[in-house]
Design a protein around this ligand. Structure first.
Ligand code: C2E
Ligand code: MG
Ligand code: MG
Ligand code: MG
Length: 285
């Protein structure tokens, strides 16, 4: 037993050093990559209207291809960008690029009409963070009229800064942005507060969708969230839909939108194809 313990401790220590080194490596590379942003690109994952099979909305997700380390997941580098105060500038880049893409799409009457951008959990830590969004939105409106931009925020980020978040969300709503509550069900849920939040969409977290329809608890929670959204009069999205069975079940429950690998992976702009995505749904009827 003594020997094993020693080995486990060694492994743990080794992992710690490794993760600390990797963090330093990533933050250094991130700072460098954020000088010209050439290593980043944006991919779009469609949201399918379950009642009709139509796709008019997508979520934008950042991708980072590091010249030596290869593809690094946002699940790894976003928390590091947050820790080292780089996230605000990164969000600004994502927003600008997305708005630019949306303007191009609008001109060519592209099928994607609304795009959602993820906001960091840090966003509601300071009032000043809204001004960057305001500026980008105003510039776009000056250039061309309407902008159907949506922001995805998490429950936790709102609940941690409730008063400021309410004020800031009010400002964002005045810009005609719509707000989605991402990863719903995993955060510091407070149904009391939910009533006061200016939310347009609830996104049911993938961890519940994973259990649909075979696990009773995950399925019950999913049904409950769909009912909750309906009684609040807001739309509901299921994230991480991977199977036909999940799709059929969610559609039957009256879930408004589905998003997940079953319909489409996040795609580069040039690979987004309306027919391909809509066919997935139409073929099953
Ligand atoms: P999220 O906002 O909840 O995004 C959903 C994640 O689930 C994405 O991972 C997406 O690729 C993945 N996903 C979608 N459908 C499926 C499915 O059917 N199966 C599986 N296994 N996964 C699916 P991704 O792109 O790796 O992003 C992870 C997280 O990183 C995001 O979670 C979001 O919190 C954050 N993130 C990504 N891009 C941005 C960004 O531009 N800004 C900020 N602040 N955060 C971002
Ligand atoms: Mg999201
Ligand atoms: Mg999500
Ligand atoms: Mg998620």
């Amino acid at each position: 037993a003594g020997k094993n313990e020693g080995r486990d401790r060694f492994v743990l220590y080794d992992e710690l050093i490794h993760s600390d080194r990797r963090e330093q490596l990533i933050v250094g590379s991130l700072r460098k990559a954020m000088t010209d942003y050439k290593e980043f690109n944006l991919v779009y994952q469609p949201k399918i209207a379950l009642a009709t099979g139509k796709v008019e909305q997508a979520e934008v997700l950042i991708r980072w291809n590091h010249p030596k380390l290869g593809f690094i997941s946002p699940a790894e580098f976003i928390p590091i960008a947050e820790k080292y105060s780089l996230i605000h500038r990164l969000t600004e880049w994502v927003l600008k690029e997305t708005v630019h893409q949306m303007e191009l799409w609008k001109k060519e009457d592209h099928f994607i009409r609304q795009v959602s951008v993820n906001l960091s959990a840090m966003h509601f830590r300071s009032e000043s963070h809204n001004s960057m969004i305001k500026e980008i939105v105003h510039h776009s409106l000056e250039r061309g009229g309407e902008l159907h931009l949506q922001l995805e925020i998490t429950e936790t980020s709102v609940m941690e800064n409730l008063e400021r978040a309410l004020m800031m969300l009010g400002e964002l709503k005045q810009l005609s942005l719509t707000i989605a509550l991402d990863d719903f069900g995993t955060g510091l849920s407070s149904l009391t507060h939910l009533k006061h939040l200016p939310i347009d969409i609830l996104k049911i977290d993938k961890s519940f969708i994973d259990e649909v329809p075979h696990d009773e608890r995950g399925t019950a929670i999913t049904e409950m969230i769909i009912q909750l959204a309906k009684s609040l009069g807001i739309a509901v999205v299921a994230e991480g839909v991977e199977t036909l069975e999940q799709h059929e079940f969610l559609k039957r429950l009256g879930c408004d939108y589905g998003q997940g690998y079953y319909y489409s992976r996040p795609m580069n702009v040039k690979d987004l194809d309306q027919q391909t995505i809509e066919r997935t749904v139409r073929d099953v009827g």
